[in-house]
Design a protein around this ligand. Structure first.
Ligand code: NAD
Ligand code: MG
Length: 344
């Protein structure tokens, strides 16, 4: 059964009695720390002393401590350092400070789902995973709205893990939008599947294959870019606002007939079979093992593929065309400056 929680379901006072540590001050970390503080909670930020974020967090009026000191003080610890750094941070700085009744929170289930982190049984382990980037978690909160989130309990040592997680979701604004009950396994597996098959991997491969097909057939790269990349946002916005049926209502009948008769020739049963294989690799831990190993050896394949991606002709033509449409990326960080992040 689907369960969604809203503001009236939360007990904010449960969290008022707790000392909270936010570990990391990146995309999610800054948003959680500031929203919790503005909701009247007792927040400290745990950072490595040499971190460039120390100054930013202090400028925002937050108290900053080394990670292990923040964990020692806190009853509730939210782990918002990068997923690939969480195991090391946990082993060296969090675990020694855990004691019975503390609550360990995550915003993504990867490290718990794949057993990289195994907290002791007398500690609560739960998840509040906002379904949006950190800057939106902050901006919507300030605007009186919120980003939806997922809630899951991995281990309930105190009998209060769920209520505490929900109070946390309330404090960052998520109960204004809806908090969906899930499990660490469902959140982790669907998140990885979505980004690999549809949101990132699927969509970039589709766009590039369409672009290459047009350019190889002799059409102008500019035409191919506008058709296969630029317009995608306009179509996706319609799907986001009105669903697939609503998008089909807005495009021409010719476009709709082409969609209805050709789409399944592109995304064939064989493609769907590959999606199932990718899902199996996520579920059985093959992907996680590969990504952990890649990190252990310094990410050679990751770097090589990322550089090859940057050299694709669609990137050059896109840079030229977007320079003529400054409104397209107005107010946004340049890709070269962005730190990366998550899709949800
Ligand atoms: P991020 O990369 O933006 O920020 C991580 C922060 O951790 C850094 O800013 C720094 O303050 C600190 N840090 C970096 N390296 C560190 C290290 N080696 N040791 C200790 N601290 C270090 O990360 P993020 O995108 O905010 O992700 C944090 C968590 O939130 C992850 O579990 C991620 O899956 C989850 N999440 C992210 C998003 C998103 O939109 N970015 C959405 C939902 C969930
Ligand atoms: Mg995601």
């Amino acid at each position: 059964m689907t369960t969604l929680f809203y503001h009236d379901d939360a007990q904010p006072e449960l969290l008022k009695a707790k000392r909270i540590a936010i570990l990391g001050y990146g995309s999610q970390g800054h948003a959680h720390a500031l929203n919790l503080r503005d909701s009247g909670h007792d927040v400290r930020v745990g950072l490595r002393p040499e971190s460039g974020s120390v100054h930013k967090a202090e400028e925002a009026g937050l108290r900053v401590l080394p990670i292990s000191d923040a964990c020692a003080e806190a009853d509730v610890i939210m782990v918002l350092v990068p997923d690939t750094e969480q195991k090391r941070t946990y082993d060296q700085e969090i675990a020694p400070q855990l004691s019975a009744g503390k609550c360990l929170l995550f915003a993504h289930g990867f490290n718990i789902r794949f057993n990289l982190i195994s907290p002791p049984p007398d500690v609560d382990v739960a998840m509040i995973a906002p379904k949006g980037p950190g800057h939106l978690v902050r901006r919507t909160y300030v605007d009186g709205a919120g980003v939806p989130a997922l809630v899951a309990v991995h281990h309930d040592a105190t009998g209060q893990a769920h209520a505490l997680a929900l109070a946390y979701a309330d404090a960052i604004g998520a109960t204004r939008a809806g908090v969906l009950e899930t499990t660490f396994a469902e959140e982790t597996e669907t998140d990885l599947f979505g980004e690999q098959v549809v949101l990132c991997g699927g969509v970039t491969a589709l766009v590039r294959a369409g672009y290459e097909t047009l350019v190889e057939a002799g059409y102008q790269p500019e035409s191919a870019y506008f058709e296969c990349l630029h317009e995608l946002k306009l179509i996706v916005d319609l799907m986001y606002e009105e669903g697939i049926t609503g998008m089909r209502y807005s495009v021409s009948d010719t476009a709709e007939y082409g969609d209805l008769t050709r789409g399944s020739r592109v995304i064939t049963d064989a493609v769907k079979g590959e999606m199932k294989k990718i899902l199996t690799e996520i579920q059985d831990g093959t992907f996680a093992a590969e990504w952990i190993e890649e990190n252990e050896i310094g990410r050679p394949r990751y770097r090589e593929l990322r550089e090859a991606g940057k050299r694709h002709p669609i990137e050059q033509i896109g840079t030229t065309l977007r320079a003529m449409m400054p409104f397209v990326s107005a107010g946004r960080q340049k890709v070269s400056e962005a730190s990366g992040g998550d899709t949800d």
